[in-house]
Each structure stands twice: as structure tokens, then as C-alpha cells.
Design a protein around this ligand. Structure first.
Ligand code: ARG
Length: 588
């Protein structure tokens, strides 16, 4: 379906043409004076010079051509030559009816559907997920869903940090504590146990202990580096422990991401490309891309136009070890070979900006990607506490994701059971859904690159620009629809009717913007645009609701038209929250 502004502009362009002016002058925009009009056209001003005529004369001629327009209820030419526009109720109704009857509310398929890899989540194995990872998971999940909804083929990959020193540290600490484990007996040739020698909580305790020790004790650190090297180079016992760590962690991560309503198509990690590194290095050397510098192997990525220093991309350290870079480049190579994406989108915090600049330049220079392959990095800001510093627990520690979810859910449970008595189980389920909306909307409603303040009181409020407010609006509609059904009404196949008051028209004007907003959120990879849209839509709905009789409306035809409008509003809101990654309960 064409976008509403396209249709309105077409009507205006015809009127310009009919009056003898160039068609292109008839471009219409949303009014920047909503007190005066709904839309506006400034074409007469733009054409004045070319036609050597006063803009108001042009505007008057154009307006005269629109007196019996199907689109405009009112076209007013005002000094010095603006065209102030109001659309007809019937025009909105027919647009909305078509939107209602069309797949995806009339959102058109992309001209060129793309295959896109979204690299998000990025959890590190053996370390618990903490709030720093929440943004990557929440924003990435939404980006994936928006692109998919808009018709692209999208593959989400968690890209685990599963190959670094942290793994060596955990294994070292395990070895210190249980040196007799069969994994550490280098002469052992049998099968290793299938059961891990630790639980997730033991594992989570091993890493911080080891990390602390390695900072204080150089010898311990050297041991950990040696173990990391052995693990990476394939020493059987170390690999077997590593695999246990991976399995135990991934099971726990799946649970945690699950409670965030985040899921990945691929659970790949840095380790998956380890075996590709030697051939990639050889390729870079053979083609003269990489050269030695102070013992290390690097690719120069600076360009003449740079205004700041861009250091070379290091491929191998002087001891031959691979780096974070190396695995990212090998992953690009792997993705190009096995997936063949048109675009790869990465989500990490802002601090990795220079890093991704280097990696992308290196990937282009070394032709790991095609010239037309898009590499996009989205750097997000920090989630801060009310003190403006990175969010911490009350005792100053790093807040774990599951604790954060639990605290928000408890708060929601308290709120919803305060005034209502819902059965306990339902209250718990509902609290989970609302808490998720609070956390996700609180994050997504900010432009990703900005820092934001995590304010649990504000986020969990049922009023204002919050997730719970959006859910509350949906639940309100659901409850009216249920009552309508209880009264014997059928909500399927109802026809919309023309708006009869200003707030109803305003609600309709919000609804017609759906395809425009969804498309621009997709093109600009900007979930916050969808949040802003549903906040306006929810406000428009609630104003309409307060000013309009719905269930008590006596005219049955009018009533069914109103119900049709409610159904459409609900469906649009639910589609939007679904791409944001949360959902609404039936009541709350
Ligand atoms: N594991 C990394 C971290 O915690 C994030 C990974 C981001 N993705 C990537 N392809 N580098 O910082």
C-alpha cells in the first residue's frame, strides 16, 4: 500500500499540474502547526520565483482545483502562500479499511530483500550475564524482529566470547582445587566423563576467584595463559573441560535469554572459527595485506583522509596468539562463505567504536567481504543508575541480569496485587510480562547511542512513556472487546466508519502512520521510533476512549464501527510490541 503522505501528495500534485504548475511542487508534509491544520504544502512558495507570481496567487489557484477533492475536507491558502490542509474523514476510513484488510497493515515488501546477520548478545562464557549485556540483547532482538517483519531474511547470532583468557582462568582455578581430575592427567587416553565436574553456581564462583588471583599473582597469571594456550591448541584434557564449561554456561544462558524473550538462530562463538585462522593468516600474508611489525602481524588500515589516528589491525601477537580481532575477521570470512549475507549488523557498547572501525576497514581491504556487503556497527550508551554512573547493585557490585529481572518482576507483582486480586499464578505470569515491558521499553525508547538512566520507579509506572502504560492500553482494549463479545457481539470482519469527533479522527490519523514508521525504523535500524509511535498511538487512543461512548453506544452500526477501530488499534499496538520483543497479558 502507498503511504498516506504519498497519496495526499499525489492529490496535491495533480492540482498543481491542473493549474499549470510543475507537479513536483505539490509535496505535502505533516503540519508543523497542528493547531491550524493536519498537513501542509509549501509548493506555492517554492514556485513563486520560477513562475514570477506571488505565492498566494498560486496557492489560491491550486486550492480552487481541490474544492471537490476526495482527499481534502479543507484546503486553505494563507499568506504568504501556504496551503493548510485537513483531510476528509472518509479518506482516512477507506485508507484504514484497506490497511486493516491487507497483510502487515499495508506495509510494502522491501525493493531489495536482504540477507542480514545480526551479531548481538555477545555473552562471555563462564561469566554470568550482567546488565551490561542487557542492552545488546534487548536492542539486537528488536532489530532482528523489525528487519524480519519488514521482509528481510535475518539470522541472529549470539557470538559468544568462549575462547579467551577467561576460559584459561577458570580451568586453572579448577586445576588448583582438583588437580586429580582425570582431565589434568596428560597420560590419560580414555574417554572423559560426560558429566561436568561443576555446577553453574560453582562455575560462576571459579571465574571471579581466578580473575582476582591473576591480578595479584604474576605466576598464577602465567599459568592461566599457558592453560589458555593449551586449550586453544587442542590438548585433549583441557579441551574436554572447556567443552563442559561451554555446555554448562550455554544451558544457563539459554535460560536467561529466554526470560528476556531473546532467542538466537545461531549459538556460535569465537571458538568456532579457531581452525580457520591459519588459512586466513596465510591468505592475508600471501596477498601482501599483512606485514610484520615489531614481531606482530598487522594490517594497516589508516587512510589519507583520517583526521584521527587509526592504529593498524593486529592479526597475530608476537607470540603467535590470535586476538579478539582475529576471531572477528575469521567470523566474517566464515559468514561470507556459509551464509553469504548482504549486511552484518553488530551491537556492542560505544567503547568498541574504534575497534569495529579497524575490523571493518581490515575486512574490506583484505576483501573478506564483497564491495557491496554492508558492515554496520551500532554502539549503544551505558545504562546508568540514578547517580549518573554505570548501574550497580546497592552494595556497589555488578548487578546480575537475573537479579534485575527478578527485582523488577517483584515490584510489578506488588503493584498489580495491590488493587486487584488476581489468582496467584496469573498474577505472577502477568508480573513477568509487565516487568519485561518495563525493562525493554525503558531501554528501547531511548536512541540506542545515548546513555540512559535506569529508574525502576519510572519504568514500572502505568502512566507516562513506559512499557506498562502501553500494555495497560492494550489490556483496556482487550477488556472492552471481551465485554462486547459477552454481549453477543462478533468482532470479526467489522467495517470501519467515519470519525465523528476530533479525538476519534486523531486516533485514525495516528493509525495511518504505521507503515511509514515501521519502514523508517527498519531503514534507520531504530527501534526507538516504534516506541515513540506507540506512545502517541496509546495517548490518542486513551483520549478517544475518555471522550467516546463505546459499549453504551445505542446505534448498533456506529458501535460496530467503533469496535472495528478498537480491533485495529489493538492489532497495530500488539504488532509493534512484538517487534520490540515483549507481549501483553489478557488482563492486569
Ligand atoms: N563478547 C564481547 C564482549 O563482551 C562482545 C561480542 C560482540 N560481537 C563481536 N562480534 N565482537 O565485549
Amino acid at each position: 500500500m502507498k503511504k498516506i503522505l504519498e497519496l495526499i501528495s499525489e492529490e496535491m500534485q495533480e492540482a498543481f499540474e491542473k493549474a499549470g504548475y510543475e507537479k513536483t511542487l505539490g509535496r505535502v508534509t505533516i503540519s508543523n502547526r497542528p493547531d491550524l491544520c493536519e498537513y501542509q504544502c509549501n509548493g506555492a512558495m517554492a514556485g513563486a520565483k520560477q513562475y514570477k507570481k506571488a505565492p498566494i496567487m498560486i496557492a489560491n489557484e491550486v486550492a480552487a482545483n481541490l474544492s471537490d477533492s476526495k482527499v481534502f475536507a479543507n484546503v486553505e491558502a494563507v499568506m504568504p502562500g501556504f496551503l493548510n490542509l485537513k483531510v476528509k474523514e472518509s479518506f482516512l476510513t477507506s485508507y484504514l479499511q484497506e490497511m486493516n484488510d491487507t497483510d502487515k497493515f499495508g506495509l510494502e515488501k522491501p525493493h531489495k530483500p536482504m540477507k542480514v546477520v545480526v551479531d548481538y548478545g555477545g555473552a562471555n562464557i563462564a561469566k554470568p550475564l550482567h546488565v551490561g549485556h542487557i542492552r545488546s540483547a534487548v536492542i539486537g532482538e528488536s532489530v532482528k524482529r523489525i528487519l524480519r517483519y519488514c521482509g528481510h531474511e535475518v539470522i541472529g547470532d549470539v557470538h559468544l566470547g568462549d575462547w579467551g583468557l577467561q576460559m584459561g582462568l577458570v580451568i586453572t582455578e579448577l586445576k588448583e582445587r582438583q588437580p586429580d581430575l582425570v582431565y589434568f592427567d596428560e597420560s590419560y587416553e580414555g574417554e572423559y566423563p560426560t558429566e561436568a565436574p561443576f555446577t553453574i553456581s560453582e562455575l560462576e564462583e571459579l571465574y571471579p576467584t581466578a580473575s582476582k588471583k591473576s591480578k595479584e599473582d604474576a605466576e598464577y597469571k602465567a599459568k592461566a595463559m599457558d592453560v589458555t594456550f593449551k586449550m586453544q591448541s587442542g590438548v585433549r584434557g583441557y579441551r574436554a573441560v572447556w567443552k563442559h564449561i561451554l555446555n554448562v554456561s550455554v544451558a544457563d544462558l539459554k535460560k536467561n535469554y529466554g526470560s528476556l524473550n531473546v532467542d538466537f538462530d545461531l549459538w556460535k562463538g569465537e571458538s568456532d572459527v579457531h581452525d580457520l585462522i591459519p588459512s586466513m593468516v596465510k591468505y592475508m600474508k600471501d596477498n601482501g595485506y599483512a606485514h610484520e611489525s615489531e614481531g606482530a602481524l598487522v594490517v594497516d588500515v589508516k587512510e589519507d583522509t583520517d583526521t584521527k589516528e587509526i592504529p593498524p589491525c593486529m592479526i597475530l601477537k608476537s607470540d603467535g596468539a590470535a586476538l579478539y580481532n582475529t576471531t572477528d575477521l575469521a567470523t566474517i570470512m566464515d559468514r561470507m562463505e556459509n551464509i553469504g549475507p548482504d549486511k552484518i549488523i553488530y551491537l556492542t557498547d560505544k567503547r568498541q567504536e574504534l575497534y569495529f572501525e579497524q575490523v571493518f576497514r581490515c575486512a574490506r581491504k583484505t576483501k573478506l567481504v564483497k564491495p557491496e556487503t554492508e558492515l554496520k556497527w551500532i554502539g549503544f550508551g551505558t545504562m546508568n543508575g540514578k547517580d549518573g554512573k554505570p548501574f550497580k547493585t546497592r552494595d556497589g557490585g555488578v548487578m546480575r541480569l537475573e537479579v534485575l529481572i527478578k527485582e523488577t518482576t517483584d515490584e510489578m507483582y506488588r503493584k498489580i496485587t495491590e488493587n486487584h486480586d488476581l489468582p496467584k499464578e496469573e498474577a505472577e505470569e502477568t508480573a513477568k510480562l509487565i516487568a519485561l515491558s518495563a525493562l525493554k521499553y525503558g531501554d528501547l525508547s531511548n536512541q540506542a547511542s545515548k546513555d540512559y538512566i535506569f529508574d525502576i520507579e519510572r519504568f514500572t509506572s502505568f502512566e507516562g512513556d513506559t512499557g506498562p502504560y502501553i500494555l495497560y492500553t492494550i489490556v483496556r482494549i482487550k477488556s472492552i472487546l471481551n465485554k462486547y463479545k459477552e454481549q453477543g457481539g462478533d468482532i470479526a470482519g467489522l467495517k470501519l466508519m467515519d470519525a465523528q469527533n476530533a479525538s476519534e479522527k486523531d486516533l485514525m490519523m495516528q493509525l495511518v502512520g504505521f507503515n511509514t514508521v515501521m519502514e523508517s525504523a527498519c531503514e534507520e535500524v531504530a527501534p526507538h521510533k516504534i516506541c515513540a509511535y506507540i506512545y502517541d498511538l496509546a495517548n490518542a487512543f486513551n483520549r478517544f476512549y475518555h471522550e467516546t461512548k463505546i459499549l453504551s453506544e445505542e446505534n448498533e452500526e456506529r458501535k460496530s464501527g467503533l469496535i472495528a477501530l478498537l480491533v485495529l488499534t489493538k492489532n497495530v499496538l500488539e504488532t509493534c510490541i512484538d517487534v520490540l520483543g515483549f507481549s501483553a497479558p489478557d488482563r492486569m
